[in-house]
Design a protein around this ligand. Structure first.
Ligand SMILES: [Zn+2]
Length: 209
């Protein structure tokens, strides 16, 4: 499984893509059956050291490092319910947040979207994540990626590298859809037949990912 050092490295990799400013957003990894590593609360990505990384058990007890992300309860809920995933990323990336504020799901308008996700990315209706556990609502969506209304994105994956890639691709798709809709609000999604065929090619043939 993964280690706190892996988390530090993935934090740095995520930072390279400039999806979040200062300390906003977060990332966590499953370490073993009962522990996760998560970015500490309120610390800038650039300032993070290995000793700072929070190691927490699934009951929420801090084992090592600094106080965990303020979104810890969301991560714990998802890790507890979704045994298939090892990484959770939450971003406030610019264009994804703009689209979420308009409560617009991301329709499949481009081959990039068809290739990588193969389906519309839903926008979860706003809930106050300090008052109720957003992780519960996320599980009910039965998805690995979604926009969060007036907030940003939530992404999970078995593979942390794929989770980071998804975060980057969602921001690019949000940017594309935003600009396309400035010019033509009523643009139709791509045909389902094309979406399926492009997605199958990307999943099975392109780059052998
Ligand atoms: Zn947030």
């Amino acid at each position: 499984m993964y280690s706190p050092l892996d988390l530090l490295n993935y934090v740095k990799e995520l930072k390279k893509h400039n999806l979040d400013i200062l300390s906003s957003g977060n990332i966590s990894l499953r370490l073993d059956a009962n522990h996760i590593a998560i970015k500490p609360t309120g610390l800038n990505y650039d300032d993070l050291t290995l000793e700072d990384i929070s190691v927490v058990d699934l009951q929420g007890n801090l084992i090592l490092g600094l106080k965990a992300s303020s979104d810890l309860d969301i991560h714990l809920k998802i890790f507890s319910e979704r045994k298939d995933i090892n990484c959770i990323i939450h971003t406030h990336s610019h264009y994804a947040t703009v689209m979420s504020c308009l409560n617009l799901s991301l329709k499949v308008l481009t081959t990039l979207h068809a290739d990588y996700f193969g389906k519309e990315i839903l926008c979860m209706r706003y809930i106050n994540h300090r008052k109720s556990n957003l992780g519960v609502k996320f599980i009910e969506l039965h998805t690995n990626v979604c926009l969060l209304e007036r907030h940003g994105t939530l992404i999970v994956d078995a593979d942390p590298k794929k989770a980071i890639k998804s975060a980057v691709v969602i921001e690019e798709i949000s940017k594309l859809n935003f600009h396309i809709m400035q010019l033509q609000r009523k643009i139709s999604p791509m045909l389902e037949e094309d979406i399926c065929s492009l997605n199958e090619y990307y999943a099975t043939t392109y780059g052998n990912k």
